[in-house]
Design a protein around this ligand. Sequence first.
Ligand code: FAD
Length: 534
Amino acid sequence: MAENFPFPTYFVLTIITITRLISTVGKTELTGPSLVPSNISHRLRDDPEAIKIASSDYGNLVRESPLAVFQPSSIYDIISLIKSSYTSSVPFHIAARGQGHSTRGQAMVPNGVVVDMSALRRQSLGFGIGSVFHDPSVGYYADVGGEQLWIDVLQATLRHGLAPPSWTDYLYLTVGGTLSNAGISGQTFRYGPQISNVHEMDVITGKGDFLTCSPEKNSELFHGVLGGLGQFGIIARARIALRPAPKRVKWVRVIYNDFSAFTKDQERLISISGEKKRDNDDDDNALDYLEGMLLMHQGPINNWRSSFFPSSDHPKIISLLVQHSILYCLEFAKYYDDHSEHSVDKELQEMVRGLSYVPGFYYEKNVSFMEFLNRVRSGELKLQSQGLWDVPHPWLNMFVPKSRIHDFDSGVFKDIILKRNITKGPVLVYPMNRSKWNDKMSASIPDEEVFYTVGFLHSSGFDDWKAFDVQNRDILRFCEEAGIKVKQYLPHYATQQEWTNHFGTKWMSFQERKYQFDPRMILSPGQRIFNNID
Ligand code: FAD
């Protein structure tokens, strides 16, 4: 809360002290009072290159310069850094920066210190990704450093024939970064978000305490940190649940011209439980992945998230689009293995038979598990080679209760989006089950059992991103005026009242956890929850 924020009065002193400290770094001599102990001060960088990287993110919308970037050689360095701020009369802000794949400066620290988690990764100095283990009470798991990328977790665990059950669409994100939000994708309806698949963590709190936490031990910290937007501590290690990994994936897209038919089918498919038909772990009648997206006449049929439709069919899809202006594409996948290879087609056919997509608009791919999970990477590399990756990304992600998704379709997709005619990037829309989330965790979701995630993943030029920002605000305003109780995902708010509304009944415990684990409001100020707001 703004009134509890202790920084402004003496923050100037901190700036002076750190600035002086950095200026002595090169000479490895520290004179006078310093906030950062000499054994770690040489890990601070203030050269233009380090500052530039830490001053921007994937969004390219916000620019905030830290005073220094801290490149730890171990988690003990991070403990020392946080302790030195916490015990100082002039604390300074600190945030972990995973990959900086936030879009609104959430990992930035104006006039403070950014902890470059990639330093631990590059030199294998953090927890890394060790071996996999088995415990009769929880099954298989891996202990993974918070700095690790999910792609590396996948590669390491696949070597043991195992993999985490829950993913994000894009794998070059850090474990600590996605667990600070939720980590969602097409597996969420079945396995819950990534935060539902963590057994234990080591966390360095805002007091510099290094604590192991789980649902049983230090449970307030455990639940607070998961979805906690970096507010309570830096995740040093997470114990991630693993399951036997399938070898291959049947990956299907079907196209609808009717939103009711599309959502009815999505909701039916996510209601099919993973009940085992046989005494075999992988062999069941549920899908493993389900998403959905809009196809609109102003955008390309394929996009960077994945190229799917054969070019020979583009004229046919475009003609359907011209007829309807907007189409809905349901995407789902069924994993299979050597032993289920013979039955997967039959199971898929049974499932597809009941769907109401436009006849003739069925597309299927048969890919390896790795190819499926890493499907966004090739699009990223292509955009990078065209210089189109490091552009502004005025994204808006939100959760919409099922009971209002049709109002959302008519008021947002068919009105704001179609009429404004500027949206070209992917627009995702798919449902998930609330029962797979843990309400004790910080992540805030709608109150209904089924809710949709809707993601407007815009890319824009440097001179026209504001039009998308205005559109995003208009979407949120429409929802508010129509009484649609949406929750932002990867949230970005401008006022204290909006954060209070966002967390709803969780706001009290969110605040209490902040006072308990980061009482001097040191961590992740770029989220703008307790700092510089209003
Ligand atoms: P950062 O952006 O660096 O950090 C995010 C926040 O977490 C900051 O507040 C930071 O201080 C804090 N933080 C970082 N590391 C730690 C740590 N170890 N401990 C505590 N706090 C920490 N999200 C999904 O859920 N599903 C998707 O499918 C998905 N797809 C994406 C695709 C792309 C191309 C991009 C760019 C993002 C996508 N995201 C998705 C969003 C992603 O989850 C967020 O950007 C998230 O913040 C992870 O990015 P990061 O690891 O770079 O974290």
